[in-house]
Design a protein around this ligand. Structure first.
Ligand code: NDP
Ligand code: KPL
Length: 343
């Protein structure tokens, strides 16, 4: 069995982790389906670009069909809708007593636990900003919250070890007994980010637009109400304040969180979300179903309705299908689902 940490998905999130760990001398290997990217990382090196830090680091990287061996620690960093196909190829390489760490947006830990077993699943919440710019090139746009924890809340030796490893990359990384609280917080923020991608505008331009604030607030309120029904107590991070969107919270608190998110996102070199990038640059499907659609499925188990989320998912699909543009009008179409009608 190999001692190397295996990173499955060497894109924006996984590639940065791999470059930092390799530079620190941590044995690491990456796996990615983009053969040109794997070749560049292994030979000329992976260039981390942007305002946080710039360096080039060789990181051994292979395509899934080239991988051999068994690994005790695998970091999964593919988009949420690639989780199942990635697991098909990954599971034969996971040691019986090994663990998969999900470094993704969404509730992928549920999918991983169903396939790999709960004992072989660990959760992470990542909010640093990064974009894959081409083979061997990743923009590190900004530092952001990084949190790790077991899905059953216990802290084990392996959890402490993963926390120590994450601190090599992000010194402020947090070790938590409540990883689901962070993942649900990110779902609320994630819904807002999907809404910003209905338009061509930057994340910060969306959060700073007074006419869009009420829509972004209504979306997060819907997600936080579902979190509450699930018995989750979402955690705040980088300007997103879950308490501000909880049932009964004053409008002023929500408005303050929106202003804080405008401010946080004004300081990144990654101006637009990964969702916007999938739609506008990569021209491909987004993670909307496993990341956002799942919220209405969970809401239904509590007898709750999520009209804003449902409308958001439908609008993103229409952009993916080319039947709607990314525009202010498309954002306005989301506003029509607000409680009481338009903002
Ligand atoms: N980028 C960011 O700033 C942030 C992203 N996240 C989350 O992190 C997760 C990863 O996103 P991100 O790094 O941006 O995505 P990227 O698309 O940049 O990276 C994922 C990489 O994995 C590759 N891949 C896809 N399927 C497989 C597979 N089956 N086996 C191996 N490799 C595969 C992709 O190839 P291909 O492109 O060809 O599909 C791509 O190179 C997502 O859930 C995202 O929402 C969270 C916080 C911030
Ligand atoms: C904007 C960001 C980086 C926030 O973490 C993100 O999650 C995304 O690009 O989808």
């Amino acid at each position: 069995m190999s001692d190397e940490i295996l990173i499955w998905g060497a894109g924006a999130i996984g590639g940065i982790l791999g470059a930092y760990w390799a530079r620190a001398g941590v044995p690491v290997k990456m796996v990615d389906i983009v053969a040109e990217h794997a070749a560049a990382c292994s030979t000329t090196g992976l260039s981390i670009e942007g305002p946080v830090e710039e360096f080039t680091q060789v990181v051994p990287t292979v395509t899934p069909d080239e991988l051999t061996g068994t690994y005790s620690r695998i970091v999964l960093a593919v988009k949420a809708h690639a989780t199942e196909p990635a697991l098909d190829a990954l599971l034969p390489h996971l040691a019986d007593d090994g663990v998969i760490l999900s470094a993704q947006n969404g509730l992928n830990e549920r999918t991983i636990a169903a396939r790999a077993g709960a004992a072989r699943t660990m959760g992470a919440f990542v909010n640093y900003g990064a974009d894959w710019h081409g083979p061997g090139r990743i923009l590190f746009g900004n530092r952001g919250a990084v949190v790790v924890g077991e899905i059953d809340g216990e802290i084990r030796d392996r959890t402490r070890e993963m926390h120590r490893l994450l601190q090599i990359f992000e010194p402020d990384a947090v070790l938590t007994t409540g990883i689901w609280n962070y993942l649900w917080g990110k779902l609320g923020y994630g819904a807002q980010l999907f809404a910003t991608a209905l338009t061509p505008d930057s994340m910060t331009a969306n959060f700073a637009d007074p006419s869009r604030g009420p829509v972004l607030i209504a979306l997060a309120r819907e997600v936080m109400a579902v979190a509450k029904a699930e018995g989750i107590e979402p955690e705040p991070f980088n300007g997103f304040d879950p308490a501000a969107y909880m049932p009964g919270a004053p409008d002023a608190a929500a408005a303050r969180s929106i202003a804080d998110l405008a401010e946080f996102n004004s300081r990144t070199a990654k101006t637009h979300s990964g969702i916007w990038r999938d739609l506008a640059v990569r021209k491909r499907k987004t993670e909307v179903d496993p990341q956002i659609g799942v919220i209405s499925e969970i809401a239904a188990t509590h007898g709750m309705k999520t009209p804003m989320i449902d409308r958001l998912v439908a609008l993103i699909h229409e952009i993916e299908d080319g039947t709607r543009p990314m525009s202010a009008d498309t954002f306005a179409a989301l506003a029509e689902a607000m409680p009481g009608g338009r903002a």
